[in-house]
Write a protein that binds this ligand. Structure first.
Ligand SMILES: [Mg+2]
Length: 248
């Protein structure tokens, strides 16, 4: 009896040791896998920064117009933005799940993402991209990649400074109006500022890709040597996401 108890204890101990070894091996494998992924990323020849317009590129309705109308109708800036965020959450992004899976593949390949918009309300792209964090939790192996969506870089320039946020939000860069009206820049100033800001943070990109529903912004970006992906304004159209995947 005593002997069998000792035997059982020994067996349990062996099992526990075996489990621990397995667990250590799994952890080691995971770390190696992460390192390999990291190496693959640093080995890719051309790192690209995807510069996303916001209104009608990521959204199904024009949220800047919505918020301005709400403010003109008597809502405070804060209330108008909160109402817009509710709409964004209800509608989801243009392209739906396909947007999130396309962004996941893009980030997984080692490329970066920034929002380049003329909006005066950077809270809105932040709210929209944060929807992707829960949508991608399963899909993105590397949890660090969620930082691109939960704390996205938003470069915004404001044609209507009356609506500028009084306090600068983290991870946002406001292009001064005087610079924006100094020439026909389209999104080119936004793109350059996004590249510069990320370089300061240690992320270097050789090419920028502008995804935008405004044909003028697309034409000016192409003329400046950037890659471009035009977006149809119809909410249901998501051909642009196929074009994005084709760059991978
Ligand atoms: Mg737009």
């Amino acid at each position: 009896m005593k002997g069998s108890l000792i035997k059982e204890e020994q067996t349990q101990e062996e099992q526990t040791q075996e489990e621990q070894t397995q667990e250590e091996q799994t952890q080691e494998e995971q770390t190696q896998e992460e390192q390999t992924q990291e190496e693959q990323r640093s080995n890719i020849e051309t790192r690209m920064l995807l510069c996303l317009d916001f209104d009608l590129t990521l959204t199904q309705t024009h949220m800047f117009h919505y918020v301005v109308e709400a403010i003109n109708g008597g809502f405070s800036r804060e209330d108008a933005v909160l109402r817009a965020i509710k709409i964004i959450r209800r509608q989801g992004p243009k392209g739906g799940k396909l947007l999130w899976s396309s962004i996941a593949s893009w980030l997984d390949a080692g490329h970066g993402v920034a929002v380049t918009s003329y909006t005066s309300f950077p809270e809105l792209p932040q709210a929209l991209l944060s929807l992707g964090v829960s949508a991608l939790r399963q899909e993105l192996q590397d949890r660090r990649l969620t930082r691109w969506l939960s704390r996205p870089l938003v470069i915004f320039g404001d044609p209507a400074p009356a609506f500028n946020p009084p306090v600068k939000l983290p991870h946002t860069v406001l292009i001064p109006r005087v610079e924006l009206i100094s020439g026909d820049h389209g999104k080119n100033l936004h793109i350059q500022m996004a590249l510069d800001e990320l370089k300061r943070r240690g992320f270097h990109y050789q090419r920028a890709v502008l995804m935008d529903d405004d044909p003028t912004n697309i034409a000016l970006a192409a003329a400046a040597g950037h890659l471009v992906i035009p977006v149809e304004r119809e909410a249901k159209d998501d051909d642009h996401l196929d074009r994005l995947r084709a760059l991978l």
